[in-house]
Design a protein around this ligand. Structure first.
Ligand SMILES: Cc1ncc(C[n+]2csc(CCOP(=O)(O)OP(=O)(O)O)c2C)c(N)n1
Length: 374
């Protein structure tokens, strides 16, 4: 169905979400229609954050908001859904629009398989009434589902439209760009050159795919890298866990700005622990590039100051390869936690592949390699 029709049928004037490639039509429609607009459309840090923000909208207006998200964000909404929205607590009505990755029967990446299997069950367990929109679902069927949903919403309960692959379309185009010049894949090549045989924990999305392809192009083993293919926002905590237990090994985290924002509390925990053997590189393109390029708020925040305030002894920002190379070497030379924020453009190669090893092979190779290190 056309996204304009879905929006008309839902009839809400406030959307908060974390972008998803499967919801690209909705994200691009919202960006073209509202941009980022405090009254109508806010891209928040994680899906729980969206849910709470939307709850505040309801408290202030009495109206029903929409939260859009990939199904991987279900974990992030469960707490506010169960203990804030639920009708045994505050009975706050909300419409969720959930991109269904890993829909059973359709091929998808490992991180989406189990989440895809439990997507509808989890919503139902959370007492959220669901309606699945697939490619062949008609506008009339969606309108009828929304009519039924209205009675549910009126009781202070929550509902969800679960969106299958290719179910939403939008003819409008949006060009996402910024003024930065460095390309993420090239940044990753420079990090790989500097890190040598050090382990790297990389973040969710194309950064990990580019790291995988960089190793292949260099004829290097993949054993150096733990690719955090799911669990967005947690790669720096994984790296911290490794670093604390391999104190003589330098551990790198290659992070994204969307991921850092998603669970930013991890920076405070990193800063408090100050692992001397960890280098945290945040590639900041101010965007959720992997899922389409929709903005994060990271272009407007000062990550270096945040890191320093969290207790990182060293934090710098670079916007050229020359500065990047020299900061990578400086971080290696000092025996202290360092953050390097790298200003990055928005975009990636069209023919970028996906890891050809399984997630389990990746873990086993990485763990075997860590055994050699102390
Ligand atoms: C909890 C959760 N929500 C949403 C997604 C979908 N998703 C995958 S990558 C990505 C964007 C990551 O943005 P960033 O960290 O800035 O990296 P970039 O893609 O820009 O390199 C999103 C939203 C996800 N994997 N997990």
């Amino acid at each position: 169905m056309k996204v304009e029709k879905l929006v008309e049928i839902i009839g809400s004037d406030f959307y908060s979400g974390v972008p998803d490639s499967q919801l690209k039509a909705l994200c691009n429609y919202l960006m073209n229609t509202y941009g980022i607009d405090p009254k109508h459309h806010i891209i928040a840090a994680n899906e729980g954050n969206c849910t709470a923000l939307a709850a505040g909208y309801h408290l202030a207006t009495g109206k029903v908001p929409v939260v859009y998200m990939q199904n991987s964000g279900e974990g992030n909404i469960i707490n506010p859904v169960a203990s804030l929205l639920n009708d045994k607590v505050y009975a706050i009505p909300m419409v969720f629009v959930v991109g269904w990755r890993g829909q059973p029967g359709l091929h998808d990446e490992p991180q989406h398989i189990y989440q895809g299997e439990v997507t509808v069950k989890l919503l139902e367990d959370m007492d959220i009434k669901t309606f699945i929109i697939n490619k062949d679902t008609t506008d009339e069927e969606v309108a009828a589902a929304m009519e039924a949903f209205k009675a549910v919403l009126a009781q202070g309960k929550d509902v969800a439209f679960v969106i299958g692959k290719g179910a939403l379309s939008y003819d409008g185009k949006v060009e996402y760009k910024n003024d930065n010049v460095m390309v993420r894949e090239e940044i990753i090549r420079h990090i790989v050159a500097a890190s040598g045989e050090d382990p790297i924990v990389s973040t969710t999305g194309k950064a990990s795919r580019e790291l995988f392809e960089t190793r292949a192009a260099n004829n290097q083993s993949h054993k150096y890298d733990f690719l955090t293919v799911g669990s967005m926002g947690h790669s720096s905590s994984i790296a911290l866990g490794v670093a604390l237990n391999k104190p003589k090994t330098r551990i790198w985290c290659v992070d994204g700005d969307g991921a850092v924002l998603m669970h930013m509390g991890s920076m405070a925990v990193l800063g408090a622990n100050k692992p001397k053997n960890m280098i945290h590189v945040v590639i900041n393109n101010g965007a959720h590039e992997t899922v389409g390029g929709m903005p994060t708020v990271a272009a407007q925040i000062d990550l270096v100051t945040i890191a320093k305030a969290c207790g990182y002894p060293n934090a710098v920002c670079v916007d050229s390869f020359e500065a990047l190379d020299s900061e990578l070497e400086a971080a290696k030379a000092r025996n202290e936690l360092s953050l390097i924020e790298v200003k990055c453009s928005i975009g990636a190669r069209d023919d970028l592949g996906r890891p050809t090893t399984t997630a389990l092979e990746n873990k086993e190779g990485f763990m075997e390699y860590l055994k050699e290190l102390s």
